[in-house]
Design a protein around this ligand. Structure first.
Ligand code: ADP
Length: 229
């Protein structure tokens, strides 16, 4: 709970800062456009610049919306007993569509016999969404995203793997820190660096664990462990 509060405070300042830059760029472009530009090429470039800056603001707004959800619902989990196989199969559908649309291979192996787990389905969908949106975002076209799940006597788990750029061994813990964004993925449109922080907070609030293994040559695997006891 404390981590979330801290995250929220730090993030608001950050969001103001991050939104200021594209807004400033849009403002100056519009200013020039209002005065009138003789060269249609220059006019076109300015307009395209505005569109790009607006696009850049979208992930920031998504992070803000996510944070807002975090704060208003301050980790009061609405725990219900959920059939993990059914829940995952449905929750994965939009992500499968998104991966295929980007030209990625998609593989999901969800056994039908997974146990029932006590989770807050909306929060856990956020975890799944944060992990899958990263996998799709950071894996170049032609790569692969895979989802697996399983269970033992004491736990159920699910894993998101991708064949993307992977995570440097020195950054395996840092990626979970608020606002951390790796240089490795700077060519992709990154968010605020809160997705993994929030995902881990939610999993831990469930008494579970979110682990990461990565081979920088072969991609990343994020695993959510949920205790059955
Ligand atoms: P962001 O909104 O920047 O994606 P996250 O907290 O979700 O923030 O992730 C933090 C950083 O961890 C990302 O900026 C990226 O550098 C790295 N990262 C996260 N997921 C992956 C992945 N699947 N493959 C490679 N790098 C990743």
């Amino acid at each position: 709970m404390k981590t979330l509060e801290e995250t929220r405070r730090r993030s608001l300042a950050n969001i103001v800062h991050e939104l200021g830059r594209p807004l400033g760029a849009i403002q100056s472009a519009v200013h020039v456009l209002i005065k009138g530009v003789d060269d249609p090429m220059v006019e076109q470039e300015l307009l395209e610049g505005v569109v790009n800056e607006i696009k850049r603001m979208q992930p920031l707004l998504d992070d803000l919306a996510m944070l807002h959800g975090q704060v208003t619902g301050t980790l009061t989990l609405n725990l219900v007993l959920v059939d993990l196989s059914d829940w995952m199969t449905t929750a994965l559908l939009p992500w499968r569509a998104m991966a295929l649309e980007k030209g990625l291979d998609w593989e999901s192996e969800i056994p039908e016999s997974l146990p029932k787990v006590k989770i807050d389905p909306e929060r856990m969908a956020q975890v799944l969404g944060n992990l899958l949106s990263n996998a799709v975002k950071y894996t170049p076209e032609g790569g692969k995203v895979a989802v697996n799940a399983g269970a033992s006597d004491s736990e159920a788990w699910f894993q998101i793997s991708d064949s993307g750029p992977g995570i440097d061994p020195t950054e395996l813990e840092q990626v979970f820190e608020p606002f951390f964004r790796s240089q490795r993925t700077s060519r992709f449109p990154q968010g605020l660096g809160l997705g993994l922080t929030i995902a881990r907070d939610i999993v831990e609030a469930h008494g579970g664990q979110l682990d990461l293994t990565s081979d920088p040559e072969r991609g990343s695997q994020f695993t959510v462990h949920l205790s059955l006891n």
